[in-house]
Design a binder for this molecule. Structure first.
Ligand code: ZN
Length: 364
């Protein structure tokens, strides 16, 4: 397959001003070369896909709205952003587009971190409010992924050739470069993406509805994704916040701490906000500091448990039941206050992961 892209297309690719690139023996020159290479990949992501629908003015309106919502969320966090997702990066495709199928499940959209391309499922004839809501929330979710922190891996091989195509970080999702089938923090990454999608929609119903010709009731049946993953992240935030609030109140002098229930409640709300803000900032800046606080509270090894959420392997073996079971256990891990139980679950989960790897190696 060959791609035709012009200089004209190159010059209108805003994306990010500069990409984060890591790798062995990367000289300044090689790094610049890697940047250019990534730029070209991003242009490839804007090339038309066979069978994709031509975008209507309404589609363009949706894309603009989604960009506006994400950038104002980022600005609210005090972060500067140089990203804008171009309409050309977004491809509306019919149901039968082959990449919507993963195993025996179909997804309504996905994004490719290397090319910055977003593919969305769209019914050609359907123009109902329910369909509009569905497309918009998937679009927003995928656009948030594109705005998230990215780090690329450039490997400098002997003879001067560079392999640039690996993505090392996308938001919180981390690929283990040495073991190509290992992915960490996928569930955390998806949960944060979907939680921000919900936050941006809920804070802007009026704006969105006015712009897209929708009504509040059109959102009633909309189902947001990654329910269990979101529950786990909320649970973590709740536990950390309560613990922080309690220790803050207890460290005060006795007179001030007398009416401690009300005070704990107040401090807990503040702490929740702080933790959530920290998580969001890290998602866009790459800072993973808050994860340390999590490890401090839930004990050593808890990060490995969290990183296993949504499977530790990129190509899931065809056993979704096993994955659901693991995710349920991860929820219990972050719910219980009993360290012995946590240790037990961690042991079990990390063993399961080995089992998954084992099953996968048997499939080959
Ligand atoms: Zn996602």
């Amino acid at each position: 397959m060959s791609y035709n892209y012009s200089n004209d297309q190159l010059s209108k690719t805003p994306m990010k001003e500069r990409y984060n690139v890591i790798g062995h023996d990367l000289s300044g020159e090689k790094e610049t070369e890697a940047q250019k290479h990534i730029d070209r990949k991003k242009v490839i992501g804007t090339a038309r896909i066979e069978g994709e629908f031509i975008k209507t003015p309404y589609d363009l309106q949706m894309i603009k709205m989604a960009n506006d919502l994400v950038s104002s969320e980022i600005v609210n966090l005090g972060i500067e952003t140089h990203c804008e997702v171009l309409p050309e990066q977004i491809h509306f495709l019919p149901n039968n587009y082959k990449y919507f199928k993963t195993g025996n499940r179909t997804r309504s959209g996905f994004h490719n971190a290397i090319s910055g391309m977003i593919c969305l499922k769209k019914e050609s004839a359907s123009d109902t409010a329910a369909e509009k809501v569905k497309v918009f929330k998937t679009l927003l979710h995928e656009i948030i992924h594109v705005y998230s922190f990215e780090k690329f891996y450039a490997n400098n091989f002997e003879g001067g050739r560079i392999n640039y195509s690996a993505i090392y970080r996308s938001g919180y999702k981390t690929n283990n470069i040495n073991e190509s089938d290992h992915v960490h923090f996928k569930g955390l990454n998806e949960a944060v993406t979907e939680m921000l999608t919900i936050q941006a929609i809920e804070a802007n119903y009026e704006k969105i509805n006015a712009s897209l010709g929708l009504q509040k009731s059109d959102w009633n049946d909309s189902k947001f994704s990654y329910t269990l993953e979101r529950k786990i992240i909320s649970q973590i935030i709740e536990k950390l916040s309560l613990s922080k609030a309690v220790s803050q109140v207890h460290s005060q002098d006795e007179v001030a701490a007398k009416d401690s229930v009300g005070e704990i409640f107040e401090k807990e709300l503040l702490a929740r906000n702080e933790f959530w803000t920290k998580i969001l900032k890290g998602y866009f800046t790459g800072d993973m500091m808050f994860l340390r606080e999590l490890e401090e509270y839930f004990g050593k090894g808890s990060l490995r448990v969290l990183s296993a959420l949504d499977g530790g392997t990129k190509d899931k073996p065809n056993v979704p039941k096993l994955h659901n079971k693991i995710n349920e256990r991860i929820y219990q891990f972050f719910t219980t206050d009993d360290q012995t139980e946590r240790d037990h679950i961690a042991h079990e989960i990390l063993n399961e992961r080995e089992r998954l790897k084992y099953l996968k190696s048997k499939e080959r």
